[in-house]
Design a protein around this ligand. Structure first.
Ligand SMILES: N[C@@H](CCC(=O)N[C@@H](CSS)C(=O)NCC(=O)O)C(=O)O
Length: 252
């Protein structure tokens, strides 16, 4: 792990989503990647307890399976700005594209475009290339589905091979989801053991075109909400949250 980095991996069980807090231990400036609406209270508390100054709530893409917590975090933590790729077509305070950087204290995340699951997917790579946050492009021993939101298996295959598996073998990869209890993988592991991405392109496409997965349970609620930073009048938190409804934000 990069020297001087505070790092937390956080889990939201309903959608099996991982969120990540990264902060500079010296300046306490911080970023959260892929926060979830239902766990905003928990995450905001942690950020407060660690004495962090949250600069950015950055999404890897417009998620289809859960509502982002970025809009709600902005309301709770003044100074926090939402981040999303320009390609996503959603609202945010800061629009990013390949090659951009997100700075917090002395640390930097590089933005790599990794479309294929959606066309706005990005991967955030710590500038020393010790860790990368792959969203749904690469999952542990898997990858994001390609059957909606402009998904395309050929695009995904190229993205993952060129932008993620080209990182150093020891680079730790942190996905947006895991459905089997795993938490982290490495480039070397995925180059050797990923049952989809180790296949030639034609075989990969065949696998992806025949996954036959049911649509995510929250898709009809999540996609429209995530296009407006998770803040939409009719979006309410799922039952286990203490929060209720959020008014539309003028401050996007
Ligand atoms: N059952 C879950 C949705 C599971 C799912 O479709 N996951 C997506 C990422 S979230 S859009 C995916 O790409 N999965 C790939 C795979 O191989 O599982 C729910 O209802 O939320």
């Amino acid at each position: 792990m990069a020297e001087g980095l505070i790092f937390r991996q956080l889990f939201e069980p309903k959608s099996s989503t991982y969120s990540y807090v990264l902060a500079d231990a010296e300046t306490k400036e911080a970023v959260i990647i892929d926060p979830v609406l239902e766990t905003v209270e928990r995450d905001a508390r942690l950020i407060r307890e660690l004495g962090l100054a949250l600069l950015y709530a950055a999404n890897t893409h417009v998620h289809a399976d859960h509502v982002t917590g970025s809009g709600r975090l902005k309301e709770k933590i003044p100074g926090c700005r939402s981040v999303l790729s320009l390609e996503s077509g959603g609202k945010a305070d800061v629009y990013i594209k390949a090659g951009d950087t997100i700075k917090f204290g002395g640390l930097t995340l590089e933005v790599r475009a990794t479309p294929g699951h959606t066309n706005g997917c990005v991967t955030y790579v710590l500038s020393d290339h010790s860790m990368a946050f792959t969203g749904d492009a690469l999952l542990i021993r898997g990858c994001g589905r390609t059957d909606f939101q402009q998904g395309n298996p050929e695009t995904l295959y190229k993205s993952v091979h060129e932008e993620i598996l080209s990182l150093p073998d020891e680079c730790q990869l942190y996905p947006a989801h895991d459905y089997t209890g795993q938490t982290v993988t490495t480039v070397a592991e995925e180059k050797n053991f990923n049952p989809r991405l180790t296949k030639p392109l034609s075989e990969f496409c065949k696998i992806m075109n025949n996954l036959n997965l049911p649509y995510p349970k929250q898709i009809d609620r999540a996609v429209p909400a995530n296009l407006v930073c998770g803040l939409q009048e009719d979006v309410v938190s799922l039952p286990h949250s203490s929060a209720t409804a959020f008014p539309p934000s003028q401050a996007l």
